[in-house]
Design a protein around this ligand. Structure first.
Ligand SMILES: Nc1ncnc2c1ncn2[C@@H]1O[C@H](COP(=O)(O)OP(=O)(O)OP(=O)(O)O)[C@@H](O)[C@H]1O
Length: 605
């Protein structure tokens, strides 16, 4: 039984004191890396830590519309960590015993309303978590609660520590670094495909799921993320000084800024240092700060944290990055080319995260298997279903509930019309040999558990839950098809628009040619008794995704646009978690599946 500490409340936010850590890179006795943290989430004194533009536009609110009764559902456990905005504890589901992390953000008020910047930050964080769905590269959001004093975000629990802590243990081999960088880039590419810029990509914001050497890596903390479509330009300075891109300092930036920060992370993983470590100004500032440190504490080592941002920012903007020193000569030309391409100062020259996933340095990680999404560069839509099942489920998880329900209705129409279903009906029949029309949840879970995938029990449950749109504990054929179908192909069929029109008319119960709040509520909640799906924020959250003109209704054009599957949402962005044939994991994850090769029975599409 866990101790039940009193409900935690983080202190009010203020500027954060940077903390330090040390690292000895290969071939160096003196070099070190510091653990850089966002200074109040901002790179410049006075700049906002929250999404300013959105806060200015958003209406004043008194509450978020999340669920209530956190304490009825979860028992609070030990403290996991804290940041400038939140404290994070273990939380145990009282009915299932499953362990989660709960991130508690104390509410800040201006009079009777939530302080706008705080409200925008929390709302954005929750919306981004929802947009990422059940991505295996993100610690997924299980539920959001609130009461009078705080919002509680229940997240997947990551127990393997931060990437930063592992970097400190010692230098990574090139292959190990490449594996980690690939997971970072997958998270970034998935966000970018959803029109989300992260603005705080750094080793501290990636946690390992478990202690295994090859543990999955998950992104946490979307506090600085902002919705930003390709072509949008942002102007507020936000990020963590050591990782911030030059164009962010110049206050005109977009999605490529995240690629730069991922490049700094890759550089650190490969060398243990920052690329400007031998810039003369930086060395001088560091030596002065070290001498000052040693004078006061008798021990040098923390000086870099007190180096002025001015010195650091000048280095970021103009320092010559040197790739001739140890250990670069020992690294492959592909590794060097990869990092150099990410650290180009002109953001237009930088490859996108999705393009980098196809870079030869990452592609060679799983050259024998076409299924892991890191290499090959395309064509996964045509791969056997068993190889891409987990990727398809993750992609479907990013669609949001309204789109998922609408696609299930389109799938039902296709079934009625006798349209061919890309082999999905055959794969379903194999799981439902008796032809009952329904696959029990446990049968599908066993499929994932024993079918040659490396997934924890928690990952299996959350991946499968989205199949079950009506939460009746089984998966029917329309739910199966809607989750696994390659909708980009269906969209090209001439019947597409008429199918979508029929579903729109079904949702638009009063025939007004637009879907109202009440109609949306009926679609989103009526078929399910699941409390998490029927929160007051369910309709506003759906409208925030779909209602492009902000009139509070969903028009047919908005509905059609919502159902469009963008080319950017490629299966390659998601990990397949397929265990290589004959492959074996080094250990079984906590609560995870027994490792082993073997083909998946769902396959054959
Ligand atoms: N899902 C999780 N599982 C385990 N630990 C977590 C999880 N999420 C967060 N933590 C821990 O809690 C700490 C604080 O979380 P987080 O960084 O999200 O807070 P924050 O206040 O938003 O941070 P910041 O100050 O960077 O804005 C993290 O450093 C991490 O150690």
């Amino acid at each position: 039984m866990l101790p039940a500490p009193s409900r935690p409340r983080p202190a009010a936010a203020g500027p954060r004191r940077p903390s330090t850590g040390t690292l000895r890179p290969p071939g160096s006795s003196t070099a070190r890396a510091v653990r850089p943290r966002a200074l109040g989430g901002s790179v410049a004194p006075g700049a906002s830590a929250a999404p300013q533009d959105a806060a200015a536009k958003g209406p004043l609110i008194k509450e978020f519309g999340f669920r209530s009764g956190f304490g009825d559902h979860y028992q609070l456990g030990p403290l996991l960590g804290s940041g400038s905005f939140a404290t994070v504890h273990v939380a145990v589901d009282r009915s299932t015993g499953e362990r989660f992390a709960v991130k508690t953000l104390t509410k800040r008020f201006l009079g009777e309303y939530l302080e706008p910047l705080f409200a925008a930050r929390v709302r954005h964080e929750v919306d981004v978590y929802r947009a990422m769905g059940q991505s295996l590269n993100v610690a997924h959001l299980e539920a959001a609660f609130e009461d009078d004093v705080a919002a509680d975000l229940v997240l997947e629990l990551c127990e393997g520590g931060t990437m930063w802590q592992r970097i400190r243990r010692g230098a990574y081999s090139e292959a190990a670094a490449a594996r980690i960088v690939r997971e970072v880039l997958r998270a970034v590419a998935q966000c970018h495909a959803k029109g989300v810029i992260l603005r705080d990509v750094k080793p501290d914001n990636f946690l390992f799921l478990n202690d295994r050497e090859d543990s999955p890596l998950k992104m946490v903390d979307f506090g600085l993320a902002q919705f930003c479509s390709p072509g949008d330009v942002l102007h507020d300075r936000a990020g963590t000084p050591f990782f911030v891109a030059p164009e962010v300092l110049k206050q005109s930036y977009s999605l490529p800024a995240d690629v730069w920060s991922a490049g700094i992370t890759a550089y650190q993983l490969l060398t243990g240092r920052f690329p400007w470590h031998n810039d003369p100004d930086i060395m001088e500032a560091q030596q002065a700060a070290d001498a000052d440190d040693a004078g006061r504490t008798g021990r040098a080592g923390g000086g870099m944290t007190r180096m002025t941002n001015k010195t650091l920012f000048r280095a970021i903007i103009s320092s010559e990055f040197d790739y001739s020193w140890d250990p670069w000569p020992a690294h492959s030309p592909e590794a060097k080319d990869f990092v150099q391409s990410m650290l180009q100062r002109d953001p237009e020259q930088r490859p996108t995260a999705a393009q980098l996933l196809r870079h030869p340095w990452l592609a060679r990680l799983d050259a024998p298997s076409a299924a892991d999404g890191g290499g090959g560069g395309g064509g996964l839509e045509g791969a056997p279903l068993s190889d891409t099942l987990v990727q398809r489920l993750q992609r479907y998880g990013t669609y949001g509930r309204l789109k998922q329900i609408a696609l299930r209705e389109v799938a039902s129409l296709m079934l009625q019309d006798g349209t061919t279903l890309q082999g999905l009906a055959d794969a379903f029949s194999r799981l439902d040999p008796g032809g009952s029309g329904r696959v029990p949840f446990e049968v599908a879970a066993a499929e994932l558990r024993d079918g040659g995938y490396d997934l924890s029990e928690s990952e299996i449950r959350t991946l499968l839950l989205q199949f079950d749109l009506d939460r009746d504990g089984t998966i029917d054929l329309a739910e199966w098809v809607s989750a696994l179908m390659d909708w980009a192909k269906v969209e090209k069929r001439q019947e597409w628009e008429s199918w979508v029109h029929k579903v729109f008319d079904q949702f638009d119960a009063d025939g007004s040619s637009r879907i109202s709040n009440e109609e949306l509520a009926r679609v989103l909640c009526a078929a399910s008794g699941d409390e998490e799906l029927c929160i007051p924020d369910a309709v506003p959250a759906a409208l925030r995704r779909v209602d492009a003109d902000g009139d509070g209704y969903v028009s047919f054009e908005e509905f059609l646009a919502m159902l469009h599957t963008s080319e950017a949402e490629a299966l390659e962005l998601f990990p397949s978690r397929r265990i290589a044939r004959g492959g074996r994991r080094t250990a079984t994850p906590r609560g995870g599946s027994p490792a082993g090769g073997g083909g998946a029975r769902a396959g054959g599409a």
